[in-house]
Design a protein around this ligand. Structure first.
Ligand SMILES: [Zn+2]
Ligand SMILES: [Zn+2]
Length: 184
């Protein structure tokens, strides 16, 4: 499976897709909404303010081209690392050092047929920040059933060292390859 920015300058391969992904997840939290507002890409949100991601392990993301287009943002010095591209301002994924999680935006998957094979959205979280009127259930924060969707992925990823050798961090696994810009 390949992911890319909107213009195609950045392309990466997901080496184990769809085997290792926990599936389609949507986050309605205020940080995710603030981020796409700041980068002026609210068009990627669903109708109720949700960001859909289909996670992969960082180690299984292989950048094919466009490494030089990557930009890195954080909402604060404690925030996650949110990656976009400079060529066409496409949000690509969110990650953090030492965490076996690359939350890849659904908009970076340019093959909708492959995504539909994943079935329905498995978890919708932080509904307390969602816009009213959603026709589906959104957990207020993170419910136990949402943990059941993602915890096996995270635990297995940690055991197998899937946070290591991330293409987004140097070999110290904590310094990002692009200096993050803090979106104050
Ligand atoms: Zn691009
Ligand atoms: Zn969020």
């Amino acid at each position: 499976m390949e992911i890319s920015c909107d213009c195609g300058a950045f392309v990466a391969k997901l080496k184990a897709f769809p085997k290792h992904t926990p599936g389609r997840l949507v986050c309605y939290c205020d940080d995710c909404q603030a981020y796409v507002e700041k980068i002026k890409r609210t068009d990627v949100l669903d109708q109720y303010g949700g960001t859909e991601v289909i996670p992969a392990y960082p180690r299984e993301v292989e950048i094919i081209q466009g490494l030089d287009t990557l930009k890195c943002y954080r909402l604060s010095t404690k925030g996650g690392y949110r990656w976009t591209t400079s060529c066409c301002n496409s949000p690509i994924l969110n990650t953090r050092p030492g965490f076996p999680w690359a939350g890849i935006f659904n908009t970076a998957y340019k093959n909708p047929a492959a995504l539909s094979e994943l079935g329905e959205v498995k978890a919708r979280i932080y509904g307390k920040y969602a816009l009213d009127g959603a026709p589906f259930k959104i957990s207020n924060k993170i419910a136990f059933k949402d943990m059941l969707v993602v915890m096996p992925f995270i635990i297995k990823g940690k055991i197998l060292g899937m946070d290591k050798n991330s293409p987004f961090f140097y070999s110290d696994s904590s310094t990002s390859i692009v200096k993050p810009e803090i979106l104050a």
